[in-house]
Design a protein around this ligand. Structure first.
Ligand SMILES: Nc1ncnc2c1ncn2[C@@H]1O[C@H](COP(=O)(O)OP(=O)(O)OP(=O)(O)O)[C@@H](O)[C@H]1O
Length: 246
C-alpha cells in the first residue's frame, strides 16, 4: 500500500482536496481504478458519476485510505484539514441511541459540549428526528439511518464532505433539507465530493463532475466541458452526455 494523506497548509488556499490516484483496488494485483486525478475548491460541489461498478465507491475508499492496494496522493487543505465521510451504507453501534451517536461523534471531533448540544438539537429539528433522539438506530428505517449519518457528518463542519450516494434512502423533504444544509456549508467555504446516480439532481447542484467508466475517468469539468467531451449540443442534459459517453 502506498498512500499519502497530507494535511497541507501550503497548497493553493482555495483547494480543499487534491487527489491523484495512480491505481487502486482490492488486492490480487489487479487495479479496479486507475489515473483518476481531480481537485475540489472551497465551496465547490464536485459530482462523481458513472454506471454501476464503474469505480465511484472505490475512488472514495482510495481517498479515505480504506483499500489495501492503492498508489495515490491525497491532500486535504485548509488550516485544520478536516473531512467528514458520509457512507452509502449506514454504520452504527447497536447499543447506542441516536443522541449517543451524535455525542460520540462530537467528542471525536473535539466539539465543546455546549456547541454540540446546540448544533445537535438544530440538526435533529431540521431532519425531523427529535422524537427519535433516545431510540436505538437498529429500529430505524433506511432513510432514518441515512439521516443519522448525515447529521453526524454535518456536526463536524469540516473543510470537505465526502458523500457516497446520499439520495437513495431519503424522502423528498429530507433531500431538500439535506441540500439546503449542504448549500449553507458551501457558503461557509466547505467543499463537497459526492457520488450519485441521480443525474437530474446532480445536474442542478454540482459545479463540476468527473465521469468514471470501467475504472477510468472519461470526462471531467463543468457540464459545458462534459458536453464538449461527449460531442453534445449546448442544451444536452447530463443524462444525455452520460448516455453518449457510456
Ligand atoms: N469489496 C470488494 N472486493 C473486490 N472487488 C470489489 C469490492 N467492491 C467493489 N469491487 C469491484 O470494484 C469495481 C468498482 O466497484 P465500485 O463499488 O467502486 O463501483 P461503483 O461505481 O461505486 O458502483 P455502484 O454504482 O454500483 O455503487 C467493480 O468491478 C466491483 O466488482
Amino acid at each position: 500500500m502506498a498512500i499519502s494523506i497530507d494535511v497541507n497548509d501550503e497548497m493553493d488556499l482555495n483547494l480543499v482536496l487534491e487527489v491523484s490516484i495512480e491505481e487502486a483496488g482490492y488486492g490480487g494485483g489487479i487495479p479496479c481504478i486507475s489515473d483518476i486525478c481531480f481537485q475540489v475548491r472551497k465551496g465547490e460541489l464536485l459530482g462523481i458519476i458513472g454506471p454501476n461498478g464503474a469505480g465511484k465507491s472505490t475512488t472514495i475508499k482510495a481517498i479515505l485510505g480504506l483499500l489495501k492496494h492503492v498508489k495515490a496522493k491525497v491532500s486535504i487543505g485548509g488550516s485544520s484539514g478536516t473531512y467528514a465521510y458520509i457512507p452509502e451504507q449506514p454504520i452504527f453501534y447497536e447499543d447506542l441511541t441516536l443522541w449517543e451517536h451524535l455525542d460520540l461523534a462530537a467528542a471525536a471531533y473535539e466539539i465543546a459540549y455546549e456547541d454540540f448540544v446546540e448544533h445537535a438539537e438544530e440538526l435533529l429539528t431540521r431532519f425531523g428526528m427529535s422524537q427519535s433522539r433516545d431510540l436505538l438506530p437498529a429500529g430505524f428505517s433506511k432513510g432514518m439511518k441515512q439521516k443519522m449519518m448525515l447529521m453526524i457528518g454535518f456536526l463536524a463542519k469540516p473543510d470537505i464532505y465526502i458523500v457516497d450516494e446520499p439520495f437513495i434512502g431519503l424522502d423528498p423533504r429530507a433531500t431538500k433539507d439535506f441540500l439546503r444544509l449542504l448549500e449553507e456549508e458551501r457558503e461557509r467555504g466547505a467543499g463537497v465530493l459526492m457520488s450519485t446516480h441521480v443525474l437530474d439532481t446532480a445536474e442542478k447542484i454540482c459545479d463540476t463532475f468527473i465521469m468514471i467508466s470501467d475504472g477510468k475517468m472519461v470526462a471531467q469539468g463543468t457540464l459545458e466541458d462534459i458536453r464538449i467531451t461527449a460531442g453534445q449540443p449546448e442544451e444536452a442534459s447530463l443524462f444525455e452526455c452520460f448516455d453518449r459517453l457510456m
